[in-house]
Design a protein around this ligand. Structure first.
Ligand code: AMP
Ligand code: GLY
Length: 423
């Protein structure tokens, strides 16, 4: 089988690593990929949003399946693009259609979906520029802190948590009146603040049945102790100690199952991964957000724990036969730490030489922002390299990850030394 995987982050390196272990693989292509993915297949210099370029490549190369890593092409309708094309429509796409990807692409859509299907989430109201006045009044009726969410995709920056009423009023005005996040903040969800500890849960679905994948915890803040600005993610662990059997049962019954059924009842065809970002509020799960894809760096800790042949699962999704599959999970703990460039998530430099990667022993190395220039491995992004290890305990997995992370060097390297601190 020939597979084209879209994306270029640590998630895609982890997926490429796993896909390449399957005897069902003929050849893997990754567009655009990174220096890490090129160890498992051919990188193709195409942007994930270049649908015409992808079409040409898929047809010329005889690709049998498209696996979409990031949300952007899904929200922009890559799956619909394939379905609408006579030559492409027979090629299965792992990732939802645009209508279903609104679970991630529109916060307001996701909130309405959850309310409609009785899925626990924070109370909310949605405002647009014509209802700014009502929005400001709504904020005045709430207690701090305030949670404001730009409706559309805003490169992970669209959620703002304000500690004071004044700040929240200014923020809502900036989003709606001054289009702070452009078209993404043409509508804004204002919601109740949920207090608790977060956890990421995943299913793979063929639109009918689903399999629950291992849960993970992601560390989004740049600074130790969860301080400073949000990033794409600085590390992850799986499993999550507080997500015991009783909690995970609630997650499946109250959230994952009703989500898949809700999509089906709403006539939204979904093939691929669903990511539910949850808050554990005193033992009860609430949905903070949905994503229409796997998380990064959650994937780096989740995928290594899946013992199944991944292609077999993806084919089952494509053939709508996921009901006859079962998931096999490695009980060991996986812990991932992300090495990032100095300055990230703000401005940072690229092109720094990376050394020491070959000295890593006993851990997996997943590239995120890397490239090869004149035969040399260099940094090519804010998040550069993820190091993942297995252990009998989180402590053991982290100790191995940190000892190997230290060996990988580049100018301005930074990583959080406290991943898992709250578990
Ligand atoms: P996102 O950019 O959608 O991943 O959201 C960023 C972060 O905002 C989440 O990971 C949570 O930590 C936080 N957050 C979002 N919604 C809420 C809420 N209703 N209550 C508390 N924290 C929230
Ligand atoms: N790690 C969070 C995300 O992928 O959105």
């Amino acid at each position: 089988m020939k597979i084209l995987l879209l994306g270029s982050g640590g998630r895609e390196h982890a997926l490429a690593w796993k896909i390449s272990q399957s005897p069902l693989l003929g050849k893997l292509f990754i567009a655009p990929g990174n220096a890490g993915t090129s160890q498992f297949g051919d990188n193709v210099p195409l942007s994930v949003n270049d649908f015409a370029g992808i079409r040409k490549f898929v047809l010329e190369t005889g690709i049998d399946m498209l696996v979409v890593g990031p949300e952007d092409p899904l929200v922009k309708g890559i799956h619909d693009f394939f379905l609408a094309d006579n030559e492409l429509k027979k090629i299965p796409v792992i990732g939802p259609t645009a209508a279903a990807a609104r679970l991630e692409g529109s916060k307001d859509f996701a909130k309405q979906f959850m309310v409609r299907h009785g899925i626990p989430t924070a109370a909310y109201e949605t405002f647009d520029p014509s209802t700014l006045k009502e929005g400001l009044e709504f904020i005045r009726s709430l207690k701090p802190p305030y949670v404001l969410k730009a409706d559309g995709l805003a490169a992970g920056k669209g959620v703002v948590i304000c500690q004071s009423e004044e700040e929240a009023l200014d923020e809502l005005t900036a989003m709606l009146k001054d289009a702070k996040f452009g078209q993404a903040s043409a509508r804004v969800v204002v919601e109740e603040f949920l207090s608790g500890i977060e956890c990421s849960c995943f299913v793979i679905t063929d639109g009918n049945s689903y399999l629950v994948l291992p849960e993970a915890k992601d560390y989004k803040k740049i600074g130790e102790g969860d301080t400073g600005p949000n990033t794409g993610g600085m590390g992850s662990v799986s499993p999550v100690s507080f997500a015991d059997e009783a909690f995970l049962k609630k997650v499946e019954e109250r959230i994952l199952k009703p989500t898949v059924e809700g999509l089906k009842n709403d006539g939204l065809d979904y093939t691929g991964f669903i990511f539910a970002g949850l808050m554990n509020v005193k033992g009860d799960p609430f949905v903070i957000e949905y994503n229409c894809r796997l998380g990064d760096p959650e994937t780096e800790s989740v995928i290594p724990r899946i013992k199944n042949d991944l292609i077999e699962l993806l084919v089952a999704v494509a053939e709508r036969k996921l009901d006859i599959q079962t998931i096999q999970i490695d009980p060991h703990v996986c812990a991932t730490v992300m090495l990032v460039s100095r300055g990230y998530p703000d401005a940072y430099e690229k092109g720094k030489t990376i050394s020491g990667e070959k000295k890593v022993e006993g851990s997996l190395v997943f590239h995120a922002g890397t490239a090869i220039k004149q035969g040399e491995l260099i940094t090519n992004g804010g998040r550069v390299i993820a190091v993942t290890s297995f252990g009998k305990s989180m402590h053991e997995a982290l100790a191995l990850t940190y000892s190997n992370a230290e060996k990988i060097e580049f100018e301005g390297r930074y990583y959080r030394k406290d991943i898992g601190f709250d578990l």
